[in-house]
Design a protein around this ligand. Structure first.
Ligand code: CTP
Ligand code: MG
Length: 229
């Protein structure tokens, strides 16, 4: 029997670095709220039976999704969404609303990577790092240069076996508050996480320049859809 999945979309952030004056997930992007692009992609995936969105105060979930209140930190928003999701699903897909360029194909690839290989607890989208990366503790002195061939820029979707995510989200409040993704909590919990190679085009909209680039890419794809290409 194919695995069943629920999707949790975290959309409750304030978007401070974008500085648009409102929550980032609801900023207009190629004619619709940024969040709607991710909901569209997730809705096209057959294995996903339910979509739960963690929302900022005063905003509602798009049609077809269940809304819950977001938390103070990203991990808390994931926890709140998980609490409202069907507890019977095998897999949980976590996705940032700030990644509107996600595709159904990438979500399906992450689900398949986990579903078809019992060795892993999580499968996460990751692109090879293009820049050489240095480590520095103080932002001035360079401590080391890790080999670039071993470095991956991690994105969402991140897909988890439900029990593994539940256990990882039970770690300490300090760990949850510091976590920039969910896979690192699974790693700390002793879970096995695998990469699913993807394109860097699935970037996170963080700054105004990112928003402008996403607008160009998505407006172009909308024109293709309208003209039936
Ligand atoms: N997020 C959330 N709840 C929070 C913080 C973040 O649901 N308390 C979500 C954001 O809405 C976003 C994703 O987590 O979809 C990744 O976070 P980030 O890109 O940092 O978005 P913001 O926190 O909104 O932006 P900023 O850090 O610039 O304020
Ligand atoms: Mg943030």
């Amino acid at each position: 029997m194919p695995a069943t999945a629920v999707a949790l979309v975290v959309a409750a952030g304030r978007g401070e670095r974008l500085g648009s004056g409102g929550p980032k997930a609801f900023v207009a992007l190629a004619g619709r709220p940024m969040l709607d692009w991710s909901i569209d992609a997730l809705s096209q995936v057959a294995a996903i039976e339910q979509i739960v969105v963690a929302l900022p105060e005063g905003f509602e979930a798009p049609q077809g999704a269940i809304g819950v209140a977001g938390g103070a930190a990203r991990s808390q928003s994931v926890l709140n969404a998980l609490a409202a999701a069907d507890p019977g699903a095998d897999l949980v897909v976590v996705h940032d609303a700030a990644r509107p360029l996600v595709t159904a194909a990438l979500i399906e690839a992450c689900i398949a990577a986990l579903d078809q290989d019992g060795r892993w607890d999580a499968a996460i989208a990751a692109a090879p790092v293009k820049d050489t990366v240095k480590r520095s503790a103080d932002g001035v002195g360079v401590l080391e240069t890790p080999p670039r061939s071993e470095l991956w820029a991690v994105q969402t979707p991140q897909v988890f076996r439900r029990e593994a995510l539940e256990s990882a989200l039970g770690r300490s409040e300090a760990e949850l508050a510091a976590a920039s993704d969910d896979a690192m909590l699974v790693e700390a919990d002793g879970g096995r996480v695998r990469l699913v190679h993807c394109e860097s085009e699935n970037f996170k909209v963080t700054t105004a320049a990112d928003l402008a680039l996403a607008e160009r890419l998505l407006a172009g794809s909308a024109e293709l859809r309208v003209s039936g290409v």
